[in-house]
Ligand binder design. Structure first.
Ligand code: SF4
Length: 149
């Protein structure tokens, strides 16, 4: 999504200045935020752990929400990414465009806005492709894949 002067809005605008359409186009479709996290420990020892356990609305093969329009009513814990609070969302993956831009970092070369291809996040290999929906996972601890950094 570039304007008539070929400006890359994500390089010229702050998150607060973007239109709603621009804001939503920042999502690369990786679906990594749709996977459950475990908070382990407390105080200085607190860690956030990534799992391969996905929200029940996620199609784990295509990395797409199966009911995007109704996700908030169907999944009470689905979080709307509010641009005013984005710096608090430390659990977002390091590759997430919202986190990258809020930390004044560039988008990765595989981002759909850079490649012009909607599925380029999936093609890049960053997505979880062997996940499991939470209604099939007995114990989330069996599916830990690392710590959120
Ligand atoms: S982690 Fe970020 S870029 Fe990936 S699906 Fe979630 S909001 Fe979109």
């Amino acid at each position: 999504m570039q304007d008539s002067d070929n400006n890359k809005f994500w390089e010229t605008k702050k998150l607060e200045e973007m239109s709603q359409e621009e804001w939503e186009s920042l999502c690369d479709g990786c679906a990594l935020c749709c996977y459950r996290k475990i908070i382990d420990g407390y105080l200085f020892w607190k860690k956030i752990l990534n799992t391969k356990v996905a929200c029940n609305l996620l199609d784990c093969k295509t990395c797409r929400c199966m009911d995007y329009d109704n996700r908030f009513s169907r999944q009470g814990e689905c979080i709307k990414l509010d641009r005013k609070k984005i710096k608090k969302f430390k659990w977002l993956p390091k590759t997430c465009a919202y986190r990258l831009l809020s930390e004044n970092k560039p988008l990765p070369s595989w981002h759909p806005l850079v490649t012009g291809k909607p599925d380029s996040a999936l093609d890049s290999g960053i997505c979880i492709t062997d996940g499991i929906n939470e209604n099939e996972a007995e114990d989330w601890y069996d599916y830990i894949i690392g710590e959120v950094k």
